[in-house]
Design a binder for this molecule. Sequence first.
Ligand SMILES: [Zn+2]
Ligand SMILES: [Zn+2]
Length: 132
Amino acid sequence: MNYEILLKENHLKVTPQRLGILHLMHEAGHISIEDLFTSIKKQFSSISLATLYKNIHAMLESSLIKEVKAPEAKARYEISKAPHAHLVCSECGEFKDIMYDVNHLAHSIADDNGYAINDTSLIISGTCPKCK
Ligand SMILES: [Zn+2]
Ligand SMILES: [Zn+2]
């Protein structure tokens, strides 16, 4: 994945910090702000939490990344990709991508109720095979 092109495509300035953030996010799949901060500090020791938040915010605004919220777990961030659902383990906190597009279901429910959709997400929480 070329993060520089990704940033440019999303009309964002390319900075070493942003390249580092995207690299860590890609490696982790889904990462919390705390874990991201711990890892990014190893590369850019002077980066502050406020700067990290500002970068995350800019990348969220342009939809380059997405926030994934699950009950009983801290919000995670991931690089935007094809629509998918998530399985979340409430024991170990694993986030797993399920390549299932919920948009069809969401649209039919929204249409039936006269809603315009802002956002759609499907999170299934439970216990993963390792923790069971
Ligand atoms: Zn687990
Ligand atoms: Zn995901």
